[in-house]
Ligand binder design. Structure first.
Ligand code: BLA
Length: 508
């Protein structure tokens, strides 16, 4: 773990990235009143599209720019109930111009935010050609059972379609650090395969936006930000919330980060598992790059398909493990019943099953004031104190830690044998516990740059910057075992219930 992992909470995570009041310059933004569809706010570059300054456009109707046949269609789309995100392709004309546009409407009760881009008519391939290719890719994906292979195949496809110099599969851990688990790059991009990046690199509010939007595109980090006019949205009396806008301008600290990585364009596509952000497919290009509106909708679709495939492979693994657990639990219960005794059942008959169930290497049982132990456990002279600590904590539920010395300081002296502990109460009031141990698993974390310098402060100023180097920074972590999974904890809870019931049935 990085020494200082509060950067996400204290700095980067607090930037109001949804209220930047400006947009990237690859498109235009207008805000309409939902009631009369009049323009109430817009980006300053709208003059490039319409030939009219935003100050002149305020109070006029956007519908007037549309061709006759689109006017009614627009009114219907913009006022249709129950839809919040509506694409609207159209042509607008004015004094001597006629432009094809891709428009995305974000509809809410009071306002409609319009993101407008000029359509890319130069594309060599039609949408339906790309659609057919992607369908064929998806059938290939369906046949792949290995996570690594799914990642590699997906990255190759996204690179082929997007033409970016590189794509990486970035997987979050439980602390929201992320590791590059697959990579497909060429040219000047540095390899980050196997490297871990601290949570603050993609801070919490930026991660949260992927729950609403499947991707984020920054097509040129040297874009000229286009401010919104007026600054305060007259309908909401605040800054316009740009959370859902692709055009939303980018936090300065992230633009610096991109410069430090030597990339001009960045596109990230979410991977969701069980309704949570599992990872990002991060694409980089050394020069500026702007995938078309249509291609981006293909990436939204791919994001869904890749997420489904990864979810189903992970679910498959989980099912396999759950089945294994059920069998082992059955064997353990049978062993205890056969011996009619918890200690004999767990320590002799069911011992191997228990080791396999919790992937542990030793255990102790304290029952009716007597201590029994087997396998690799802390030294005998430590056991009384360890049990006193466990009963002092009064754990009536399963307690688990993969770093026992964090909660119990004395554990440092025996961390090689027992860094991980799973404490299963049999009768907590009596001090009766089953404790299972996992040995220390010394782990090397290959950080992408020193995580303790993820944020660098200017002297005498509140300004801060991201780190400038992403060169491998090795951290060796001692005193931790393999982590206990949710499935381990569930299995432990179920064993606890069985042991409690069994011991009370003996008393009766
Ligand atoms: C955003 N940071 C991001 C994004 C990525 C990363 C993928 C989403 C936007 C995008 O697609 O570019 C980080 N990209 C990575 C990482 C890899 C990669 C880790 O390819 C590894 C291979 N960033 C900092 C610090 C702060 C910070 C110190 O380093 C804050 C103090 C903030 N990162 C930050 C912010 C955003 C961001 C605010 C959101 C930018 C936005 O959407 O406007």
């Amino acid at each position: 773990m990085a020494e200082n992992n509060n950067f996400d909470r204290e700095f980067c995570g607090n930037l109001a990235i949804h209220q930047t009041n400006s947009i990237q310059d690859y498109g235009y933004l207008l805000v309409l009143n939902s009631s009369d569809l009049n323009i109430i706010q817009g980006s300053e570059n709208i003059a490039d599209l319409t030939g009219m300054d935003i100050r002149t456009l305020i109070g006029t109707s956007f519908v007037d720019f549309l061709n006759e046949e689109d006017k009614e269609r627009f009114r219907e789309e913009a006022t249709r109930q129950g839809r919040t995100r509506v694409p609207f392709n159209s042509t607008i004309s004015g004094n001597g111009f006629n432009k094809s546009l891709n428009i995305l409407l974000h509809i809410s009760r009071e306002i409609i935010i319009m993101e407008i881009e000029e359509a890319d008519l130069s594309s060599a391939r039609t949408f339906s050609e790309v659609f057919q290719e992607v369908r064929s890719f998806i059938s290939t994906l369906e046949g792949i059972e290995e996570l690594e292979e799914i990642c590699k195949t997906s990255l190759a496809e996204i690179r082929r379609l997007s033409g970016f110099d590189g794509a990486r599969m970035y997987r979050f851990d439980t602390q929201w650090n992320g590791t590059v688990i697959a990579e497909d790059i060429e040219g000047a991009l540095e390899s980050y395969l196997g490297q871990t990046f601290p949570a603050s690199d993609v801070p919490k509010q930026a991660r949260a936006l992927y729950i609403r939007n499947p991707f984020r595109l920054i097509s040129n980090r040297n874009y000229k930000p286009q401010r919104l006019f007026p600054v305060i949205n007259p309908a909401t009396n605040g800054f316009t919330d740009l959370s859902d806008c692709n055009l939303r301008s980018v936090a300065g600290v992230h633009l610096e980060y991109m410069a430090n990585m030597n990339v001009s364009a960045s596109m990230s596509i979410r991977v969701m598992v069980d309704g949570k952000l599992w990872g990002l497919i991060s694409c980089h290009h050394v020069a500026a790059r702007h995938p078309s509106f249509e291609l981006r909708s293909i990436f939204e679709w791919l994001s869904m398909e890749i997420s489904h495939r990864i979810s189903s492979v992970l679910k498959q693994e989980q099912l396999k493990r759950s089945h294994e657990i059920l069998l082992l639990q059955g064997e353990i219960a049978r062993a205890v019943y056969q011996r009619s005794d918890i200690v004999l059942g767990l320590m002799e008959e069911g011992y191997q099953s228990l080791l396999s169930l919790f992937k542990c290497s030793g255990m102790i049982i304290s029952l009716n004031g007597k201590i029994h132990f087997k396998g690799k456990v802390p030294p005998r002279e430590e056991l009384d104190n360890l049990l006193l600590w466990a009963s002092g904590m009064g754990f009536s539920k399963v307690f688990s830690s993969n770093e026992l010395s964090r909660s119990y300081d004395e554990a440092k002296s025996f961390q090689q044998t027992a860094s991980g502990i799973l404490s299963i109460p049999i009768n907590s009031k009596n001090g009766d516990y089953l404790l299972c141990f996992r040995p220390e698993a010394v782990k090397d974390i290959k950080w992408g740059g020193n995580p303790n310098q993820a944020v660098n402060f200017d002297q005498d100023s509140p300004q801060y910057h991201p780190r400038t180097s992403f060169k491998l920074w090795l951290q060796t972590v001692y005193g931790q075992s393999e982590a206990w999974s949710e499935t381990d904890i569930e299995a432990a809870e179920s064993l606890k219930n069985f042991l409690m019931e069994f011991s009370s049935s003996l008393v009766l």
